[in-house]
Design a protein around this ligand. Sequence first.
Ligand SMILES: [Zn+2]
Length: 459
Amino acid sequence: MHRRAFTSKNVVLPDAKSPQPATIVTDTETGKIVDIIPLYQARDGLEDVEWVDCGGSYILPGLVDAHVHLNEPGRTDWEGFWTGTRAAASGGVTTVVDMPLNSIPPTTTKENLDIKRKAAQGQCWTDVAFWGGLIPGNEHELVGMAAEGVKGFKCFLIDSGVEEFPCVQPDNVKNAMTNLKESESVLLFHAELESDHVHAAAKPGADPTLYSTFLESRPPQLETDAIGLVVALQKAHAGPLRCHIVHLSAASALPAIRAARKAGLNLTVETCFHYLVLASTDSIPDARPEFKCCPPIRTAENRDALWEALRDGTIDFVVSDHSPCVAELKRLDEGDLMQAWGGISTLGLGLNLLWTEARKRGFGIGDVVRWTSQATAKHASLEGRKGFIKVGWDADLVVWDPEADTLIGKDALLFKNKLSPYEGMHVKGEVLQTFVRGSLVWSKHEGGFIQKTPNGILI
Ligand SMILES: [Zn+2]
């Protein structure tokens, strides 16, 4: 066995309150962790191994970004496996879980899953897993797709923005729940719902370049109504099947989520970096569609309540919802927020963004790792392999400096369309190296990507 040992004074191990000295021994052939010794430079018996000595830099488990739109095949001018996973690796993300929509075809049948896997083959710099999609009429496909390795199924309760991925009706959800009831799968909901009383539309005559116009067009009630419907359907039809709310923005939905959990429902919730870092009341300029996403980024007060929900565990974890498009669709020239594509580009920036805000609020790096690696890996059924530094698990490791001052410049945006609300922002933290299954993929001080060809696998 050829072994490589990673050693640091600050390793973020599972369940540890703070980083600890440790030496992580890996098998270079399998890419697995074979031993963890709770000492810095534990050289006894390891004379013949290759050493990666990180000194005081932190070693974290690689991030698992469980909500990413890579858009390939079909909308490869928006993003792609190659560019998306390179952006991910540069920011310490070692696994991305791709969303079923915005690619053409969407991942809604076994055949379409095969098409997507073929498109991804040989192009991924991180490991990649896939969500499937639930649309009206494909409920009978779900069990078969789950058997093929799809981690769960996403659906929309409101127009998705692309015609090949229509939103579902309650009956479709009921059928899906009935079919998946006995499985280990999960149903993911884009939780915004229009009703006779509330529509996703701007007030007549309102200026479409004002952020407030857009914000008022997607009121919190769209989210609270949708979550009310999900909870009612889950209670009636889902049995033990887990349901999951993607990208929660409206803090006003938190009481309903807490009540549903208290009543015993297997319901989980994610929020995104942008809802925790940005706020309409202090950091969003008008006429800047880079800041547009659905549901929208709300007030600072709302943001504080989301942080409290992370603290008390109501929100389980944090993802990017990286959802780019080509520049023309962002309508940067007109700054028309109502017409622009909704989606924020974040892939690879999340760790430092979240850390910058989390440390101000008294959280430690262990919390950030729990929200971005451990809980997201569990969510995407990657337990046993990803998200934790543990013996027998994949050696997905990030060497990271928590104290570095980093300016997010255009050169840091490695995704295809270099438009992001974070450009020009100063953050704390810098990813120095990213190892996927024990091999060095990306190294800050060695000029970026180390290997000539990507070695990510599809899982
Ligand atoms: Zn999304």
